[in-house]
Design a protein around this ligand. Structure first.
Ligand code: AMP
Length: 223
């Protein structure tokens, strides 16, 4: 199975990708996570990317396409993958088409997760990550607690540097200007399924699984 989880920042792509990756036993490829690891490791790319990420801007297509090419070419992805955060521009979507053609993959679905903007801002300003297990929580769920409900790590909650309201609003405007057109690009190829991101997490997961299975069957029977 190969699919893209698409949607505005904070819509739940990362949460769903983690669940689906373990349910389907395929890797979760998050370009944001790859960049954050380079920032943590203080690589040359990471140092340059941090400034762009903290401002809520997009890292250059050239860098992002290079990262994805290296990842998709690796053995890790040979039995499938979930893309989270890529493609974010038309140039990235076109490059992905070429990369998939090179590795003879002829079908990929795009799952568009939807939610209204005020809900997104509220989710992101309240988003906390456990530094240890990387699980995401809403601040309201963990308020007053000093240990992670998932792994038990003590004092491990952190807020992402780009999760403050001004940067969030800027990331949403970048999403509308540069990333939303990617949806039309895939709609024109009849590869899109829509899922309501405001449903409970388990229901969103089931809806995604159902939608991508149907889409894949239809695509295979049309070949
Ligand atoms: P995310 O974790 O997906 O919200 O990504 C965090 C930040 O990493 C974004 O706001 C961008 O600055 C950068 N980023 C992640 N993926 C991409 C991409 N495909 N193209 C450009 N920048 C990206």
């Amino acid at each position: 199975m190969r699919f893209i989880l698409f949607g505005a920042p904070g819509v739940g792509k990362g949460t769903q990708a983690k669940i689906l990756s373990s349910r389907l036993n395929i890797p979760h490829i998050s370009t944001g996570d790859i960049l954050r690891k380079s920032v943590k490791d203080r690589t040359q790319m990471g140092i340059a990317a941090k400034i762009i990420m903290d401002a809520g801007e997009l890292v250059s297509d050239e860098i992002m396409i290079g990262i994805i090419k290296e990842t998709l070419d690796s053995d890790l992805c040979k039995n499938g993958f979930i893309l989270d955060g890529f493609p974010r521009t038309i140039a990235q979507a076109q490059a992905l088409d070429l990369l998939l053609a090179e590795i003879t993959i002829n079908h990929i679905s795009l799952v568009a997760i939807t939610a209204n903007e005020e809900e997104i801002v509220s989710r992101l300003t309240n988003r906390r990550e456990c530094k240890n297990c990387k699980n995401i929580f809403n601040y309201r769920e963990i308020k007053g607690s000093d240990s992670c409900p998932n792994c038990g790590a003590k004092n491990s909650f952190r807020q992402r540097d780009d999760d403050n309201e001004d940067v969030i609003r800027h990331r949403l405007s970048v999403y509308h200007a540069s990333t939303k057109p990617v949806l039309k690009y895939y709609e024109d190829q009849n590869k899109v399924v829509f899922v309501n991101g405001l449903d409970p997490i388990e229901k969103v997961t089931e809806n995604i699984l159902r939608a991508i299975t149907i889409k894949k069957k239809l695509a295979t029977s049309a070949l």
